[in-house]
Design a protein around this ligand. Structure first.
Ligand SMILES: *Cc1c(COP(=O)(O)O)cnc(C)c1O
Length: 366
């Protein structure tokens, strides 16, 4: 046996093999939340009712996990079509979380010179996946109040002709709904596909689903993660069959596993359960926002999602002080210049929201 060195070939260095765009990335960091009140990731704090959990137990116990899942997820898709009341010609594409759908869309448009665009600050995966795939990403800054800068967005669309434009509605991490007229003008001006990311649809009371059904270049993306099923990993893209048929070619055939397909179908058959929990969280959001506005030194921004963005003095210190008190939120201070001194907190149960408020008051008076 000869080693590569003996064969006259030095062992490869990681840096010489991995693409520079990948070397330049930092891995998506998920902090340790063990034993903490976890308010950093927009998870639903409520469990499913016992009756439904027992039903799932029986269903999953007999799942054929020795077989590959249905690559077309036919039964689950039929359930979703019915739930969403989709007309013929409009289709659904499923992803292993909507993160995977972002990846699929980026892969599909990644011809040389293609541009992916999103307002910023917004969901970091739009930029991260473009960078990982070697696609140019252009960020268009929001205004200081986190509204869309319409003229700047239209200028950027005209200058860069994005193949893919992301508009999160409501936006993460800011929580607000962009102006509909402004979004409509961006859609009108777009030479490519516009994806309205409705990850927080259950908390928003508004949607672009009608546009995805009516307009040729609009897709709506949703996820089950924020309404209580983050662990299942299921995202959906809704829009004209002509788009989804092409995107489906770059989807890995078994991307949605058999347990997720069965569980999601069974839980969606009881959609009222998740809707009731979302209702509790919408009410809790208003209560928490009201309480936060009473706290000296806290600026709360309007939210149509299951989280609140707020600005405090010396947010990084407040974040650490909250952590010492067992409460984990998201520190966005360094994420974008518009987010200096901003923290994002997930709306939870009245009990956890009270623990957070108490810890915040204590942290601010340290
Ligand atoms: C959480 C989130 C996602 C990703 O959700 P998954 O389905 O869990 O991958 C996508 N977009 C936005 C705006 C989000 O906040």
């Amino acid at each position: 046996m000869s080693s590569p060195a003996q064969a006259g070939c030095a062992p490869p260095h990681v840096r010489d093999v991995i693409r520079p765009e990948v070397l330049a990335l930092s891995a998506y960091h998920v902090p340790d939340s063990h034993g903490m009140v976890k308010l950093d990731a927009m998870e639903n704090p409520y469990a499913l009712p016992d009756r439904l959990r027992e039903e799932l137990g029986r269903l999953l116990a007999s799942a054929p996990i020795n077989r590959y899942p249905d690559p077309g997820a036919v039964q689950l898709k039929a359930r979703l079509r019915e739930t969403l009341d989709l007309p013929p010609g409009v289709d659904v594409l499923l992803g292993n979380g909507s993160d995977e759908l972002i990846q699929i869309l980026t892969i599909a448009v990644a011809r040389p010179g293609a541009v992916v665009m999103s307002p910023e600050p917004s969901f970091v995966m739009y930029r991260l996946l473009a960078q990982a795939l070697g696609v140019r990403h252009v960020g268009v800054p929001l205004r200081a109040d986190f509204s869309l800068d319409g003229p700047a967005l239209l200028d950027a669309i005209a200058a860069h002709r994005p193949a893919l434009l992301w508009l999160a509605y409501p936006n993460n991490p800011t929580g607000n709904l962009f102006d509909r007229g402004c979004m409509a003008r961006a859609i009108e001006a777009s030479p490519g596909v516009v994806v309205v990311d409705e990850a927080y649809h259950a908390f928003a009371g508004d949607s672009f689903l009608e546009e995805a059904i009516r307009r040729p270049n609009v897709l709506v993306m949703r996820t089950l993660s924020k309404i209580g099923l983050a662990g299942l990993r299921l995202g959906l893209l809704i829009g004209p069959a002509a788009w989804l048929g092409e995107l489906d070619k770059v989807r890995l055939p078994y991307n949605v596993n058999v347990l997720t397909q069965l569980a999601a179908d069974a839980i969606l058959a009881h959609g009222d359960v998740l809707e009731a929990q979302a209702g509790l969280l919408r009410a809790a959001r208003e209560d928490l926002a009201r309480a936060l506005r009473q706290v000296e030194g806290v600026e709360v921004f309007p939210s149509a999602a299951n989280f609140l963005l707020m600005r405090v003095r010396r947010a990084p210190r407040v974040f650490e002080a909250l952590k010492r008190r067992g409460v984990l939120v998201k520190n966005l201070s360094a994420a974008h210049p518009l987010l200096v001194d901003c923290l994002r907190v997930t709306v939870s149960t009245p009990q956890e929201n009270a623990v957070f408020l108490e810890a915040l008051r204590a942290a601010l008076s340290e």
